[in-house]
Unconditional design. Structure first.
Length: 480
């Protein structure tokens, strides 16, 4: 089976969030199950600089607005997964992130940049492809490649089956309707049953309307996005299309995120050597300027600072938790108001609170290993990976009952003793979150109960293997 993944990011070439982790890990997991998997990416500077063995293999002509681009082929530097890269300096070789400039403003030509990604994906999934290798499945991801199933639908040629991966429905890629013509789409595509969404062109709705199947990143999220609370206006469409909607919980890269193999840790460990986790805690406290205190529950956050993540709820009660004996380590960036709030918290509690603004991959591993309790009070979370990293590292999480958090974390006190692996609260209120975190801190001082929680989390199979088998089953059903 030949599968082409289309994405705006993939770890370790380019990463802004969990999408990159999934696209970096799922294709090699499928390859281990004998699938021929490849990835299509835009040619950002970091992709061109980090990919292995890049070479031009085709010229792509007749692309909307830009005329032509060069298609490169290479490999991921770690897994050797084959990749295709769209090289067009004017579109992709810029400073900033894949989506925003260095000032944090969206690129004004994002519709064109990701319209071209979608167009190239559609060409490679069709009989018009200049390549001998042609996919059976074109697996698009989020709005950035959501236009591909629509473009492919209107091609008069053979085509791959299309799958839309929905990682976060909150980001829809909605733009002015003038882009319909500018991106070469036929007028009949712009209708309520097609691309039109409240008077605008929606890349994500295009994928929902024209894909052969949709897969969300957790079973619970597949249910949630059919409700008004989580669907951002698309609940009717998704309910109508529910027959092709599937939910598969993400896995984690069990080589990259494994405390026994982790290159960033001073002391590696597994669930038979949890005493070494204490040594990682001391090393983390030392490196972050926290008081060396083995008794204090060390709470941790590694997250984008956004309203979705519920970190304002933590800010509301952080001083109370610290007064009750906790320490707090925070790593992340995003909303300037939240960044300011956490920096002020650190100034108010020297030696008890550490805040690092920015992206730091080694530190994220060290925090996961050194912390005692991982905090994830998300308002919504399609899947979440950090709570699974916490489980794998013996760092029980405190999470809200939503999306993939509800699928992966089972509450201490409400679950069977052999299943409980963390702490869950229901409502996005400071009081509910504070109560769950205080329960976690109290349980932390019960060594026997805490060790059982850690063991339950660390013995789970969180790898991509079981999830990859479920993806393959859906692919097989489509092409049969």
């Amino acid at each position: 089976m030949r599968i082409l993944f289309v994405s705006s990011e993939a770890y370790p070439l380019i990463k802004t969030g969990g999408l990159a982790d999934v696209v970096g890990a799922l294709p090699p997991a499928l390859h281990k199950l004998k699938a021929d998997t490849r990835i299509l990416l835009p040619g950002y500077p970091s992709v061109l600089g980090k990919a292995a063995n890049l070479m031009p293999i085709a010229k792509l002509d007749y692309l909307p607005q830009i005329g032509n681009a060069t298609l490169l082929q290479g490999e991921m530097p770690d897994t050797k997964t084959p990749i295709y890269v769209i090289q067009h300096p004017g579109l992709y070789e810029r400073d900033g992130t894949p989506y925003q400039d260095s000032k944090g403003l969206d690129w004004v030509d994002n519709p064109l940049r990701f319209g071209i990604l979608s167009h190239v994906a559609a060409v490679l999934g069709s009989g018009f492809s200049p390549l001998e290798w042609k996919p059976d499945i074109l697996h698009c991801n989020d709005w950035q490649s959501g236009l591909a199933p629509a473009i492919l639908h209107f091609f008069n040629t053979t085509r791959a089956k299309t799958v839309l991966g929905i990682h976060n429905l909150a980001y829809q890629g909605n733009f002015e309707d003038a882009w319909v013509g500018l991106l070469g789409l036929p007028p009949q595509s712009y209708q309520p049953a097609g691309l039109e969404f409240y008077g605008r062109l929606s890349f994500l709705k295009a994928g929902i309307s024209y894909s052969d199947a949709m897969i969300t990143v957790s079973p619970n999220y597949a249910k949630e996005i059919q409700t008004a609370e989580y669907a951002y206006g698309m609940e009717g469409l998704l309910t109508a299309q529910s027959g092709k909607l599937h939910g598969i919980l993400n896995g984690i890269d069990s080589t990259e995120w494994n405390p026994k193999l982790d290159q960033y840790l001073i002391h590696s460990y597994d669930r038979t050597e949890l005493v070494k986790k204490s040594a990682n805690k001391e090393a983390l406290q030392n490196s972050l300027g926290l008081e060396i205190d083995p008794i204090a529950p060390l709470l941790a956050v590694v997250s984008r600072m956004a309203h979705q993540k519920g970190l304002d709820i933590l800010l509301n009660c952080a001083s109370s938790l610290i007064h009750d004996g906790a320490q707090l380590a925070v790593l992340g960036s995003g909303d300037p108001i939240l960044e300011y709030g956490f920096n002020q918290l650190a100034k108010a509690h020297p030696g008890r609170v550490s805040v690092t603004i920015g992206y730091n991959e080694p530190l994220s591993h060290q925090i996961m290993a050194g912390a005692d309790i991982f905090l994830m009070p998300s308002r919504f979370e399609p899947c979440g990976l950090n709570q699974m990293y916490g489980l794998a590292y013996g760092t029980p999480p405190v999470v809200r009952h939503t999306g993939g958090l509800a699928d992966s974390v089972h509450d201490f006190g409400a679950s069977a003793p052999n299943e409980a692996n963390g702490f869950v609260f229901e409502k996005t209120t400071t009081l509910d979150f504070l109560a769950a975190t205080c329960r976690a801190m109290k349980t932390f001082h019960d060594k026997k109960a805490w060790a059982k929680l850690q063991q339950n989390g660390m013995k789970q199979d969180l790898s991509w293997e079981s999830s990859a088998k479920k993806y393959l089953a859906i692919y097989r059903e489509l092409i049969s």
